[in-house]
Design a protein around this ligand. Structure first.
Ligand SMILES: C[S@@+](CC[C@H](N)C(=O)[O-])C[C@H]1O[C@@H](n2cnc3c(N)ncnc32)[C@H](O)[C@@H]1O
Length: 258
């Protein structure tokens, strides 16, 4: 995939508020994406990122899914932060979505160092967040970060593969699902389908790295053209799916800041 070319195509199609008739999407653009982020959260983001950016601890990375395009088995926390983590740009999107829609039950597939987890948590500290990470040593770093930077005990982490997680009984009904790992198109579709019975019509699915490779992009195109998902939004790196079966099928390519 030529990511530069893809970005030009996306930028030419991406809309702002004008000409949006869907009330949900208009509100998303008008209220959610422009919501100011508190100085307290900005301060927390800065502190966490500064810590990870200077952490030269080396860990033994156990690979699941399609694997990193850039890193080997031995990785420093700093390298993982630079290449695999949700940074401020898309972190702000997670925070704004959590703060605006107040989902109470959240599932994250792919904790990594816990930066996405913590940003979602700061956006809505009351939400119960379950986050799954396969790599043992990455999981240990995430646990430490979450312990040091969370505001309460609402974050529940599990060290297992996504496949193992789906083999256990899941009793929750999730209001928001963030799928950020594996990077394999068929697996992405499989996880979304498996989660159908653990989600409801207004659950927001956030899929990360939809343009990570051709395979992921083709999975995103399949999901976003699936008539089961009436509202689908392309934010370039992340894509959103919501079932909303009582609405007309609509797809939007949006700028993530207004
Ligand atoms: C891109 S990182 C997640 C980033 C994180 N969500 C954030 O916002 O900073 C993906 C993570 O998913 C984990 N992962 C990928 N496939 C997995 C699988 N099948 N089972 C468990 N963990 C997996 C990897 O070990 C990696 O740490």
């Amino acid at each position: 995939m030529n990511i530069g070319f893809e970005f030009i195509k996306y930028s030419l199609n991406a809309k702002g508020r004008q000409g949006i008739h869907s009330p949900f999407v208009y509100n998303l653009m008008d209220k959610v994406l422009s919501r100011p982020i508190s100085s307290e959260i900005k301060h927390r983001q800065k502190a966490l990122f500064a810590e990870l950016r200077s952490d030269n601890t080396s860990i033994d990375f156990e690979e699941f899914g399609a694997g990193s395009k850039k890193l080997g088995k031995q990785r420093t926390v700093k390298q993982i932060f630079t290449t695999n983590s949700t940074h401020k740009k898309y972190g702000d999107l997670l925070i704004r979505i959590m703060h605006s829609y107040q989902p109470m039950s959240v599932l994250e597939l792919g904790t990594s160092l816990g930066t996405g987890t913590l940003q979602m948590h700061w956006g809505n500290p009351l939400a119960k967040i379950t986050s799954i990470e396969g790599c043992k040593e990455t999981f240990a770093v995430a646990k430490k970060n979450i312990l040091n930077h969370s505001l309460n005990d609402q974050i529940h982490t599990k060290n297992c593969t996504f496949q193992d997680y789906f083999n256990e009984p899941i009793t929750e009904l999730f209001d928001l699902v963030f799928i950020d790992g594996h990077h394999d198109g068929n697996s992405l579709i499989e996880y979304v389908k498996k989660l159908e019975k653990h989600t409801h019509n207004d659950t927001i699915f956030i899929l990360d790295d939809i343009r990570w490779n051709n395979d992921m992009f083709s999975a995103w195109n399949k999901l976003s053209s699936d008539h089961q998902y009436h509202l689908t939004i392309d934010f370039f790196k992340m894509g959103l799916l919501i079932r909303q079966p009582n609405k007309q099928k609509e797809h939007f390519t949006l700028r993530k800041s207004v």
